[in-house]
Design a protein around this ligand. Structure first.
Ligand SMILES: Cc1cc2nc3c(=O)[nH]c(=O)nc-3n(C[C@H](O)[C@H](O)[C@H](O)COP(=O)(O)OP(=O)(O)OC[C@H]3O[C@@H](n4cnc5c(N)ncnc54)[C@H](O)[C@@H]3O)c2cc1C
Length: 293
């Protein structure tokens, strides 16, 4: 997996096709959709209301710029102790500031910065595990009840990619599945048109859902399940620690590693404490001495 750094980092995942045209992907793709945009000068009117002897103007004239996520979390943390004067940790020493936050477990300040990603090239097994993470996350996943087989794609596990016969079997299987899915959709529509009660619904959308919700029954875990995920820094850190971990399934480990690469590129101060640990299967785990803040 290669990260494309920049303002909105991403890890791309190419789409392959079987000879019959069934689409599949071989690893997660992650695209940064959104990140915080801190208004640096915003605290000035608030800080101006305190005695000038406290020197709070120092905080608003700090010459070292920070990334928005780090700046927002630092501001939130400084507010807790009204640390805006000359004795505050200046931005130039922000890494020391965040080491203290992580070391003391003051993780709630990390909840202010949220990042949104579109993840694709991940299977339904991965999203089933991903959505178990509750605190600090929002999910919007493709609806197999709403969308038709036209956008159906599959994800090949690394184990299958490395075995000639399992790879061939995967290609045959997804061709069969795609054909079977299309056949079932067609037949269900015919039955619906002929008045089958079990497929009856009001309106175009309702009728479509009746067909798709029945046809999806044959789709396997290896069906692609694109998802938009928004999480705050504290939640993302917990996710990365639990899933970019040697005990996690290889597929979600690859997703967590791709998300980690994007987040570290976006916010080195908030994700720079992680060490990469190459594993024997070719994937990478990450670990930190300050887990679960
Ligand atoms: C290697 C691995 C194997 C797993 N195997 C299984 C399995 O076999 N079966 C299975 O069902 N699941 C399994 N899981 C999923 C696991 O049990 C969790 O559901 C999932 O990892 C989400 O973790 P979390 O609850 O810590 O995270 P989040 O939901 O993101 O919560 C973050 C943290 O907030 C706190 N928190 C959140 N909600 C509550 C709450 N209601 N009450 C108190 N504190 C809360 C906890 O400290 C929690 O760690 C596995 C996970 C891993 C990483």
């Amino acid at each position: 997996m290669m990260i494309e750094s920049g303002e909105y980092p991403r890890v791309d995942s190419p789409v392959y096709r079987t000879q019959s045209g069934t689409a599949y992907l071989t690893h997660p793709g992650v695209t940064t959709l959104a990140k915080p945009a801190l208004n640096d000068g915003a605290p000035s009117p608030f800080l101006a209301g305190f005695p000038t002897a406290l020197g709070f103007e120092a905080a608003t004239s700090d010459p070292t710029p920070l990334t928005s996520g780090a700046g927002l979390c630092k501001l939130a943390g400084q507010l807790c102790y009204m640390s805006f004067g000359p004795k505050r940790t200046p931005n130039a020493q922000a890494s020391r500031y965040f080491a203290n936050i992580l070391g003391s477990g003051h993780g709630s300040v990390l909840e202010h910065a949220t990042f949104s990603f579109l993840a694709y090239g991940i299977s339904r097994s991965v999203t089933h595990e991903l959505v178990r993470h509750r605190a600090g996350f929002a999910f919007s996943q493709v609806s197999q009840r709403y969308v038709s087989g036209q956008t159906l794609r599959f994800v090949e596990r690394p184990e299958f990619q490395q075995s000639e016969d399992l790879h061939r079997e995967f290609l045959d299987r997804i061709d069969r599945l795609a054909q079977s899915h299309a056949r079932i959709e067609t037949r269900l529509r015919e039955l619906q048109d002929s008045g089958a009660e079990v497929l009856t619904a009001d309106g175009q959308t309702g009728r479509r859902k009746r067909v798709h919700q029945a046809a999806r029954a044959l789709l396997p875990n290896e069906t692609e399940a694109p998802i938009v995920v928004t999480g705050n820094v504290r939640a993302w850190r917990h996710f990365i620690e639990a899933r970019a971990n040697e005990h996690a399934d290889i597929e979600i480990r690859m997703l967590a590693y791709a998300v980690f690469l994007c987040l570290r590129s976006l916010e080195p101060l908030l994700f720079g404490d992680y060490e990469e640990v190459p594993l024997a299967d070719g994937t990478v785990a990450v670990s930190t001495v300050t887990p679960k803040v």
